[in-house]
Design a protein around this ligand. Structure first.
Ligand code: NAD
Length: 510
């Protein structure tokens, strides 16, 4: 991060004695990872001002020049993967393998965004219709300016990258505030951009470190859009802070994803997917599977399969090479998980694996809850832990109805040998994988985002590029005709001709 001055005299990104700061910790051992300054509102505004100058330079580059710089960045991250994964393991707690998968996917997204920006956004001719045939019409997607990105801690590389890479590829400058739990990781990503582009005259990707108030200050700093990823609760605060200035927002919020297992599903594969979808990353996955609805006819077999597969999970807490998952990253989430398990049991749910004793901070062992009532918090609220509820249903119809009976709508999964895509279509979610779990996140061309409490707007794919642009419509009169409609000097027959046209085109009775 640059050592730039700000209006209040303090250097941005530099720890000043006595100035507000915060510490990020290793969630497994509790050791300190790093201390960062709490960036003040005034400093945030100064950084955004500098980013605006960087935007003037960056948006003036050609598509190819931006692509080249983004690819250099992807190269630097790739070459530094061992370092990055080690840091992710340390600051977030996830096993190195999970860190690698996350970082690999993020690199793929940089490549996709860089390689597709021109094709998706560059000026294109649009048909004019008969009335305006003497005009040429062009549509282009222009960058917004400075985009503020506020990130979460659970996927500290992959998730913000869905906004950062796409916003940069579209020609914007970015000011990034990572989660206070994973700030060292955020700084690593930003530093890699600068190291890969030492000749850049401006820093087009800027880091600001801080907790909630710094995020709030970014919302009020005059940025041209906020791309927020986090809880719906904080998302509401972000929207409220952006409302006075009509700053547009992208909301990537939580989920309560369901898996439907049909009677003809491959149960071993469904159980494997449910397990990975629910337990990987210690269940701290926005598109993690939290609920399974399985058709009664195969429920017992599915539960037996799931239980057998859980026994094979090596839960060597975080450190071992075979560790399935690590500690809970955010200490306060452990209480939420405990509350959900206890509530499920109190309301009559059956513990198949784990249960109340599974919560042993900072770890939570896998927990499977059977036939938990639909009004329990384990079914209604985002748990964000390695737990899963399994409920038997009459048929796929009932499964769809229950899967959709949530305020969230982020991802979903369907296991069925026949008709899986038709079921997927009827699920109220932004993304659904058939006979797989979370597959959509690994396909950069697909948009990613939710409905309802899960938010709105899209990262990834062509929609993710357009999300960070404004469509600009341009017309150019190529020649004049005697029948121009938009002039007081209109030919008296203009409307007669237009009426004839409308009657011929639309007025005939079928
Ligand atoms: P959070 O809402 O607590 O914090 C998210 C970010 O907002 C952090 O950087 C935080 O510092 C910042 N923040 C806090 N208060 C703020 C304020 N008043 N104004 C502006 N910024 C503020 O979320 P979290 O615990 O970091 O992340 C977990 C949540 O994120 C889960 O709900 C998860 O499902 C969701 N998530 C969603 C996606 C997605 O793509 N939809 C991806 C990952 C995580």
């Amino acid at each position: 991060m640059s050592d730039q001055g700000s209006a209040d005299g303090a250097a941005v990104g530099v720890l000043e004695p006595g100035a507000p700061s915060f510490i990020s910790y290793d969630p497994a051992g509790g050791g300190e990872v790093a201390t960062f300054p709490e960036t003040s509102a005034e400093q945030v505004r100064a950084v955004v001002g500098e980013a605006r100058q960087a935007f003037a330079w960056w948006s003036g580059l050609t598509w190819a020049e931006r692509e080249q710089r983004l690819r250099k960045w992807a190269g630097a991250i790739t070459r530094g993967l061992d370092d990055l994964c080690e840091l992710m393991h340390r600051e977030n707690g996830k096993p190195r393998g999970d860190a690698f998968l996350e970082a690999f996917l993020a690199i793929e997204h940089i490549g996709w965004a860089a390689g597709h920006a021109r094709k998706v956004l560059h000026p294109r001719r649009v048909g004019t219709g008969l009335l305006m045939a003497n005009h040429a019409a062009t549509l282009e997607y222009q960058p917004l300016g400075v985009v503020g990105v506020i990130g979460p801690w659970n996927y500290p590389v992959f998730t913000p990258m869905g906004s950062i890479a796409y916003a940069l590829a579209a020609g914007n400058a970015v000011v990034f505030k990572p989660s206070e739990y994973t700030t060292a990781i955020g700084k690593w990503i930003v530093d890699a951009f600068d190291q890969a582009n030492p000749d850049a005259p401006h820093q087009v990707l800027r880091l600001i470190t801080g907790t909630g108030p710094t995020g709030a200050a970014l919302c009020e700093s005059g940025v041209d859009k906020i791309a927020f990823t986090g809880s719906a609760r904080t998302g509401r605060k972000v929207m409220a802070a952006c409302a006075p200035s009509l700053t547009p927002v992208l909301m990537e919020c939580g989920g309560k994803d369901a898996m439907i297992v049909a009677g003809d599903a491959d149960l071993a594969k469904a159980a494997d997917a449910a397990l990975w979808g629910a337990m990987s990353n210690a269940g701290q996955t926005c598109v993690g599977i939290e609920r399974v609805y399985v058709v009664d006819a195969v429920k017992d077999k599915f539960v037996t399969e799931l239980t057998a597969q859980i026994q094979k999970l090596a839960l060597a807490p975080g450190e071992g090479p075979d560790a399935a998952y690590g500690p809970m990253t955010m200490p306060s989430q452990i209480d939420v998980v405990r509350r959900h398990i206890d509530d499920a049991i109190a309301k009559g749910g059956t513990v198949v694996v784990g249960g109340s004793g599974a919560v042993r901070a900072p770890y939570v062992e896998p927990t499977v809850l059977l036939d938990t009532p639909e009004d329990s918090s384990a079914v209604r609220e985002e748990t964000f832990g390695p737990t899963i509820t399994v409920k038997g249903v009459r048929d796929v119809e009932e499964a769809i109805q229950l899967a959709n009976a949530t305020d969230y709508g982020l991802g979903a999964s369907v296991f069925a040998r026949r008709g899986g895509t038709a079921i997927a279509r009827r699920l109220r979610s932004g993304m659904t994988s058939v006979n797989a779990v979370i597959a959509f996140a690994g396909i950069p061309g697909l948009p990613f985002g939710g409905v309802g409490e899960s938010g709105f707007g899209r990262i990834h794919g062509a929609d993710g590029l357009r999300e960070f642009t404004r469509p600009k419509a341009i017309t150019r009169r190529r020649y004049s005709t005697p029948f121009e409609p938009a002039t007081f000097a209109r030919h008296p027959k203009t409307f007669t001709i237009m009426k004839k046209y409308a009657e011929t085109r639309y007025g005939r009775k079928k």
